[in-house]
Design a protein around this ligand. Structure first.
Ligand code: AQP
Length: 400
């Protein structure tokens, strides 16, 4: 009998952050060590998801290969026979299945996905807006009441053209692909019958959407899909080593994100260990003066505790035993900073020893195997919805 599947991926749109590393890559390594015998493990690079937001298209392919290198550097054994590694765009069934699922998902459901709104809203205009406002105020100061009607109209036209271009930029970022991508993600999951999908907490709603679509289509067509386990079961399964949300070190109310410009709050894979440590030492904390795990009131401190917990492979209760009620934020930052620096330095050292060719060989070997599995699920679904004949109905249709 086929073993159940654990599946996850990381977009190659930009350089990975500590959030990706601790949120999903390290947990995957630990899950493999714990469950390699009982599960098949799929790691894929969602390169089609990578173009849902503006990216450096010239570097995309390289980043895709680098993402696979990264999981190897983090300790995932891709030569384990239970492990499949592939690129999403190399398996056309992902896109074909996504189209069918789109026809069974509702606009209202997608419209409720908070990540789309967050991603569109976080396009940061503040700097440009302030600049534009400052220009406006300077202009007013310069001319006082003594501007001519034409000067005033020219200035206003310039000011509003600037604002209009900001709004247009926001509209351009809100692509249909970004809106629809949770359905492509559902396809990524359902094609392989994944039971557990370890993801960061930001993806929880998308996992639930995949479940809803699977349940709905199973109800209408019989058992087409394995329904992935819900969030609560997933978090039990991963026992606190996944499902987290690493926050920005500077703005701990927000997630650390690879496509948000927040250099002081974001640790990038290419940061030197010293740079990373100094970012942790400069992390925003609070004025309460006690170490508590309380994201509502002490998000900066809680973020550091969370980082320590993941890197020391302890539950949050375990970390709290070491730190709760202590008062030195400097000590906490030093401990977190040392762990992060060591972790980065190990990964960077490993990365240097992995060749592109090894990765490409592995992908070329695994992609046809993944495609076979994906195509089998797709064909079942195509038959169920009438796009392909039911077996034996049209025996002469050789293409099935
Ligand atoms: N800050 C985070 N904490 C925990 N997990 C995180 N992940 C991302 N950021 C954090 C998890 O990493 C996996 C891969 O993410 P992705 O790149 O495929 O998509 P994303 O969620 O859009 O990640 P980013 O870093 O925020 O990228 P951008 O800025 O490009 O949108 C996912 O499981 C994600 O939950």
């Amino acid at each position: 009998m086929e073993k159940p599947v654990i599946l996850t991926g990381v977009r190659s749109n930009a350089e990975p952050t500590l959030g990706n590393l601790l949120g999903v890559i390290l947990p995957m390594v630990r899950l493999q060590r714990k469950h390699a015998k009982d599960y098949n493990i799929n790691f894929f690079v969602p390169d089609l998801h990578s173009i849902t937001t503006h990216t450096d298209y010239v570097s995309l392919y390289k980043n895709t290969i680098n993402n696979v290198k990264l999981i190897v550097a983090a300790g995932l054994d891709i030569n384990d026979p239970q492990m499949l590694v592939y690129r999403q765009s190399y398996i056309p069934a992902h896109s074909e299945m996504a189209w069918i699922l789109e026809c069974f998902a509702y606009y209202g459901e997608l419209n409720r996905m908070t990540q789309f709104k967050d991603k569109v809203e976080r396009i940061d205009f503040r700097e440009e807006l302030n600049l534009s406002l400052n220009n406006y105020l300077q202009m007013q100061r310069k001319f006082g009441e003594n501007y001519t009607k034409h000067e005033y109209i020219d200035f206003l036209a310039m000011h509003f053209a600037g604002l209009k271009s900001l709004v247009e930029r926001q509209e351009k970022e809100a692509t249909v692909g970004l809106f629809n991508y949770p359905i492509l993600m559902a396809s990524d999951i359902l094609l392989y019958g994944a039971k557990y999908v370890p993801v960061g907490e930001d993806q929880r709603q998308h996992l639930e959407l995949a479940r809803d679509i699977a349940i709905r289509m199973n109800r209408d067509f019989g058992n087409l899909f394995t329904v992935p386990e819900p969030w609560e079961k997933l978090t039990q399964f991963v026992a606190g080593i996944s499902g987290v949300r690493i926050r920005s070190l500077k703005h701990p109310q927000f997630k650390m994100s690879k496509s948000v410009s927040d250099p002081a709050g974001t640790i990038l894979l290419s940061d030197t260990p010293e740079q990373a440590k100094s970012k942790v030492l400069d992390a925003t904390t609070d004025s309460i003066g006690r170490i508590n795990y309380d994201f509502k009131n002490q998000s900066g401190v809680s973020n550091l505790l969370q980082i320590i917990g993941i890197l020391e492979n302890k539950t949050i209760e375990g970390v709290l035993k070491d730190w709760q009620e202590q008062t030195s934020y400097v000590k906490l930052k030093r401990a977190a900073g040392d762990l992060v620096a060591q972790f980065l330095s190990d990964i960077q050292k490993n990365l240097r020893s992995i060749s592109d060719q090894d990765i490409i060989d592995k992908l070329s070997h695994d992609e046809p195997i993944a495609a076979l599995k994906a195509n089998a699920t797709l064909l079942n679904v195509q038959r169920a919805v009438g796009l392909r004949p039911i077996i034996n109905d049209y025996p002469s249709d050789a293409r099935n």
